[in-house]
Design a protein around this ligand. Structure first.
Ligand SMILES: NC(=O)c1ccc[n+]([C@@H]2O[C@H](COP(=O)([O-])OP(=O)(O)OC[C@H]3O[C@@H](n4cnc5c(N)ncnc54)[C@H](O)[C@@H]3O)[C@@H](O)[C@H]2O)c1
Ligand SMILES: O=C(O)C(=O)C[C@@H](O)[C@H](O)[C@H](O)COP(=O)(O)O
Ligand SMILES: [Zn+2]
Length: 442
C-alpha cells in the first residue's frame, strides 16, 4: 500500500509541483499559469487508437458491474492499475479526439500523471492512430468547488477551449469533482459525453455511479443539478492508497448507509470487516467497493430518476435529510465531510425508526456502536467545524428545503430493521425535534 497522507492540503506551490507532471513525451503544452478566477488549464496531445484490452501484458482483468437504465447503460470497472491502463479503457468511449480532464489540486499531483502517461503509452503502441488532445482543468479541492461560481469559471474555461459535442469530459477526483464535472458535462452544449475516474472511497462506492450531478446552493445541498449518466466508471483501487484516513472513514459512512438502506448482508459484512476497511486494507477495500457498487447499480438500474415514491432510488438518501441539513448549516464549507454528516444522519434515522416502531433499540445501538467503532461521528457534539452543533430550528428549516420535501414538509428514509427502509412523509416535527435532542442538538 502507498503512503497514506494525514492531510489533504496540497504540498508546495502550484507551479513548482506541476512541472513534475509534464512528462517528456508530451508535445509542447500550452500552459496558462494559475489564474485565481479561472480553472487551471493545461493542454496535451497524444493519439487515438484501438483499445489494447487484449494485450496479455497489460490485461489484468478488472471487476465489472453493469448499470442499466433509460440513459444509463455502462460498466463500472474496479481494480488495481486502471489509471495506468486508463487510455485503453477510455479511448473506445471517446467519440472525438478531444478530452477534458477536470480534477482538483490535491488529486492532480498524485494521480494525473499516471493517467496522462497511459495515453502516451497507448500512442506509442499505436503510432498511426488519430491524435487525441487532452486538456486539464484543475479546481480547488473541497466542497466549496461545488458552487455556481466555480461552475461558471470551469464552464468559461471549457468553452474557451473550442469544444464540440464530441468532446469527452473526464472527472478525475472525488465526489466534488465528479458532481461538478458531471454537471458541466450535462450542461455544456446541452450535453457532452462523460467518464468518471473516482479517486476517493466515497466516490468509488457511491457518487460516481448513478448519474446524479450537481452543485450546492445557499438554500441547500445539491439543490442545483441534473441526472447525467457517465459512459464508463473507472475506479482504480490504487488511488485509495493516498487518501487521508479521515476521507476513507467518511466514504465508509456511505457503505454502511447502503447496507442499512437495502442490503442486510452488506451491513453484516461491514460489522465483520469495517475496521479493516477504514484501516485501508486493500483486499477489504476492493471487496467493499465491489459489494456497494453492485448494490447501487441494482437500485439505480431499477429507478434511474428517483421516481419510485417509497422503495426506489430514494432509499439511497437514508440519513441524508438529517445529514444534508447539518452540511447546509455549515454553509457547505467542507469542515464537516459529507460521509461524516451521513454517519450522524444514520444514527438519527435509526433513532427515528425506534420512535416510530420500525426498528428496535438494540438495532439502533448496533448501528451506532459500529459507526463509533469505525471512528465516525454519532452525535452532534462530535461534529467537526468551528460553529458547534447547529440549532434545532435551523436544522428543521433546512430539512424543509430538501429535494424530497413537499409542501414545506420534510421527508425521511426510515429504516425498517437492518437492511430495509422506506421513504416516509408522515414524520412529525415533534418526532424530528425529539431525535435531534437525543443526538446532541439543542
Ligand atoms: N452524485 C452522487 O450520487 C453523490 C453520492 C454521494 C456523495 N456525493 C457528493 O460527493 C461529495 C463528497 O465526495 P468525496 O468524499 O469524494 O469528497 P471530495 O471530492 O472533496 O474528496 C475528498 C478530499 O480528498 C482529496 N482526494 C481525492 N482523491 C484523493 C486521493 N486519491 N488521494 C488523496 N486525496 C484525494 C480531495 O482533493 C478532497 O480534498 C459531496 O459533495 C457529496 O454531496 C454525491
Ligand atoms: O445516488 C443517489 O441517489 C443518492 O442518494 C446517493 C447519496 O449518497 C448522495 O449523497 C446524493 O447526492 C444525495 O441525493 P440528493 O438527491 O439529495 O443530492
Ligand atoms: Zn451521500
Amino acid at each position: 500500500m502507498g503512503k497514506r497522507r494525514s492531510t489533504c492540503q496540497p504540498r508546495g506551490g502550484w507551479n513548482r509541483s506541476w512541472q513534475r507532471f509534464w512528462p517528456s513525451w508530451l508535445t509542447t503544452p500550452s500552459c496558462h499559469p494559475c489564474r485565481p478566477s479561472l480553472a487551471r488549464l493545461d493542454t496535451f496531445e497524444t493519439t487515438l487508437g484501438p483499445p489494447a484490452m487484449n494485450n496479455p501484458s497489460t490485461a489484468q482483468q478488472p471487476l465489472c458491474v453493469h448499470v442499466k437504465g433509460l440513459a444509463a447503460d455502462y460498466d463500472i470497472l474496479t481494480g488495481q492499475g486502471l489509471l495506468q491502463r486508463g487510455a485503453e479503457h477510455i479511448i473506445p468511449h471517446m467519440k472525438g479526439g478531444h478530452g477534458v480532464i477536470i480534477t482538483d489540486e490535491n488529486v492532480a499531483p498524485l494521480h494525473l500523471e499516471t493517467l496522462l502517461e497511459s495515453f502516451q503509452a497507448h500512442a506509442k503502441a499505436h503510432p498511426k492512430a488519430k491524435p487525441v488532445r487532452l486538456d486539464v482543468l484543475t479546481v480547488p479541492a473541497g466542497e466549496r468547488s461545488k458552487s455556481l461560481s466555480r461552475y461558471g469559471h470551469v464552464m468559461d474555461s471549457l468553452l474557451a477551449l473550442g469544444i464540440d459535442r464530441r468532446t469527452t469530459i473526464l472527472a478525475l477526483g472525488g465526489g466534488v469533482v465528479g458532481d461538478l464535472a458531471g454537471f458541466v458535462a450535462a450542461t455544456a452544449l446541452r450535453g457532452l459525453p462523460f467518464i468518471q475516474l473516482p479517486t476517493t472511497l466515497l466516490s468509488q462506492v457511491d457518487s460516481s455511479v448513478g448519474g446524479k450531478t450537481g452543485l450546492n446552493a445557499a438554500a441547500g445541498k445539491n439543490l442545483i443539478g441534473a441526472f447525467w449518466q457517465p459512459q464508463l466508471v473507472l475506479a482504480d483501487s490504487d488511488t485509495l492508497a493516498t487518501l487521508p484516513e479521515r476521507e476513507l472513514k467518511a466514504g465508509y459512512g456511505e457503505i454502511v448507509k447502503s447496507g442499512l438502506a437495502g442490503d442486510k448482508a452488506l451491513f453484516e459484512w461491514c460489522e465483520a470487516n469495517g475496521a479493516g476497511v477504514v484501516a485501508g486494507d486493500p483486499t477489504l477495500l476492493a471487496e467493499a467497493v465491489r459489494r456497494t457498487c453492485t448494490f447501487k447499480a441494482r437500485i439505480v438500474s431499477a429507478d434511474e430518476h428517483e421516481r419510485n415514491e417509497t422503495t426506489g432510488r430514494a432509499l439511497l438518501n437514508l440519513g441524508h435529510t438529517f445529514g444534508h441539513a447539518f452540511e447546509t448549516a455549515q454553509h457547505h464549507e467542507g469542515a464537516l465531510l459529507h460521509g461524516e454528516a451521513v454517519a450522524l444522519g444514520l444514527c438519527q434515522a435509526m433513532a427515528l425508526a425506534v420512535l416510530r416502531g420500525s426498528a428496535t433499540e438494540e438495532e439502533k445501538q448496533r448501528v451506532t456502536r459500529h459507526l463509533a467503532q469505525t471512528g465516525l461521528p454519532t452525535t452532534a457534539q462530535e461534529l467537526p467545524g468551528d460553529h458547534g452543533a447547529p440549532s434545532i430550528e435551523v436544522l428543521l428549516h433546512h430539512m424543509t428545503r430538501d429535494k424530497k420535501a413537499r409542501d414545506g414538509k420534510a421527508a425521511f428514509v426510515v429504516p425498517h430493521g437492518l437492511g430495509a427502509s422506506q421513504l416516509e412523509r408522515t414524520v412529525t416535527t415533534a418526532e424530528i425535534r425529539q431525535v435531534l435532542l437525543a443526538t446532541g442538538c439543542a
